[in-house]
Design a protein around this ligand. Structure first.
Ligand code: FAD
Length: 463
């Protein structure tokens, strides 16, 4: 007889593995199926963690270059990319062992193989040519996403590469063209500029990080320009020619060409559902992504879906994990709450970093709010001056009727950490006054949050 579970989770990324642990905590009999030989998914093996480990190398490299300003005499630093890659891998491996340990602790069965839904309550797992059937009360799809491809820039893994390839690259290209200025494209642009590549970013829309507040995009473009990163926005790729030294790019409506040793294609990601058997239970999709309700249920009875594979943005690791918790709590009959997607933060680990949550100024105006904006630049903040990193600002968007904070947009040092206070503020429906009346320690970068809240009332102290 096939082995029976309360829930079988297909995919072990930050959606699937977190859901597995929570299911174990709630006493569900749970299995997580993973086709890779390790747990952790894109985020741990090809996304968040390896990029941030390499970006840390890039940050330290820049810090050493600037050490002279702090009165520390060091020679010009030299990058050993091989060593940096080894360290990155050791960070990844340590985290993967951590997940395996947590599975053991919470009695989550890890099953290696490719999962397929074979009808209501049925999952088949194929590994090394053998297929094993399982039965389950619930199925949770957490299969994530894959890099999108475009026909005019077909990835060959050498000259034209995607994020999976660049994370394993063994050399720093002298010239790097990055197609797409979302989080993934801009992070690699920032990283390789620090490593010494001459970087050009090409974006079809009219600004870098097009989903962020327009002022954030402007600040990042300014910071990139200062660092020698060229931004070509409003530019549509027309063709890619391979040359002896790499690629030559041409663009719609322009005579300009860009030559680069390597082209990184970072034009987004698409849902990973091929061969998953969605049709066997009649799961509805929207542009290929799985449609879900607030409890992460799909249109098929007993089948839930979370993370990058579902239609609800943002496609980020913390959203996947939060959805995983909701899904299994709902299955277990535990009290839970649907995700408020307007309060999910977005983070970009460029230099300077970006952290944002809630409505942009433009979106707040379009939604009909009577908007007040407060902006505080890091140039006016003691801690930023101490650290020697004064680029960027905190911008608060609030409504004038109730003073409610609608959105917070940060560019600058540690913006990805600083945004957490704003997330709590939005979750608690805090007012801008509550934010500035909360006493912030001095001297800290977090003071910029209180100052921006003050600024939205026309009363910033230090600016
Ligand atoms: P995934 O992490 O994609 O995991 C899905 C898993 O399912 C994979 O392991 C896959 O092998 C497995 N799978 C698929 N099909 C099957 C099957 N049929 N059977 C068995 N297993 C299967 N997000 C952030 O929040 N912060 C960041 O800093 C960040 N940086 C990123 C950097 C890069 C370069 C990239 C590419 C992404 C980054 N992301 C970041 C996005 C983040 O990685 C994803 O949002 C997140 O991994 C989605 O989690 P998931 O659980 O939905 O899917």
């Amino acid at each position: 007889m096939a082995q029976q579970y309360d829930v079988i989770i297909i995919g072990s990324g930050p959606g699937g593995y977190v859901a597995g642990i929570r299911a174990g905590q709630l006493g569900l009999k749970v299995a997580v199926v993973e086709r890779d030989p390790f747990f952790g998914g894109t985020c741990l093996h090809r996304g968040c963690i390896p990029t941030k480990a390499l970006l840390h190398t890039a940050t330290v490299l820049e810090e050493i270059r600037e050490a002279g300003e702090l009165g520390i005499g060091v020679g010009a630093p030299e990058l050993d990319l091989g060593k940096a890659q080894e360290r990155k891998q050791s960070v990844v491996d340590k985290n993967a062992r951590g997940i395996a340990g947590l599975f053991k602790k919470y009695k989550v069965d890890g099953i290696q193989g490719t999962g397929r839904i074979a009808g209501a309550g049925k999952v088949e797992v194929t590994h090394e040519g053998e297929t094993t059937p399982y039965e389950t009360k619930n199925i949770l799809i957490a299969t994530g996403s894959l890099p999108r491809e475009i026909p005019i820039a077909k990835v060959d893994g050498e000259r034209i590469i995607n994020s999976d390839h660049i994370l394993k690259i063994g050399r720093v290209p002298q010239t790097l063209a990055v197609l797409g200025a979302g989080a993934v494209g801009t992070e690699f642009a920032s990283m390789f500029a620090s490593f010494g590549s001459k970087v050009t970013v090409i974006e079809m829309l009219d600004r870098l990080l097009p989903v962020e507040d327009a002022e954030v995009s402007k600040e990042i473009e300014r910071a990139f320009r200062k660092r020698g990163i060229q931004s070509m926005t409003g530019t549509k790729l027309a063709g890619v020619e391979t040359t002896e030294g790499g690629v030559k790019l041409s663009f719609d409506g322009s005579d300009k060409t860009v030559e680069a040793e390597v082209l990184l294609v970072a034009v987004g990601r698409g849902p990973y559902t091929e061969g998953l058997g969605l049709e066997s239970v009649g799961i509805e999709t929207e542009r290929g992504f799985i449609a879900t309700d607030g409890m992460m249920r799909t249109s098929a009875e007993g089948v839930y879906a979370i993370g990058d594979v579902v239609a609800a943005p943002p496609w980020l690791a913390h959203k996947a994990s939060a959805e995983g918790i909701v899904a299994v709590e709902h299955m277990a009959g535990h009290e839970t709450r649907p995700i408020d997607y307007t309060k999910v933060p977005s983070v970009v680990f460029t230099t300077p970093e970006v952290g944002s949550v809630g409505l942009s100024e433009q979106a707040a105006r379009e939604a009909g709010y009577d908007v007040a904006v407060g902006k505080f630049p890091f140039t006016a903040l003691g801690k930023a001056a101490i650290e020697g990193k004064t680029a960027g600002f905190v911008k608060i968007v609030r409504d004038t009727k109730y003073d409610e904070v609608l959105g917070v947009h940060i560019v600058g040092l540690h913006a990805t950490d600083l945004i957490a206070e704003a997330c709590a503020a939005l979750q608690l429906e805090a007012t801008a006054e509550e934010l500035f009346r909360a006493v912030h320690a001095h001297p800290t970068l977090a003071e910029a949050m209180a100052e921006a809240a003050h600024a939205s009332h026309g009363s910033a102290i230090h600016f």
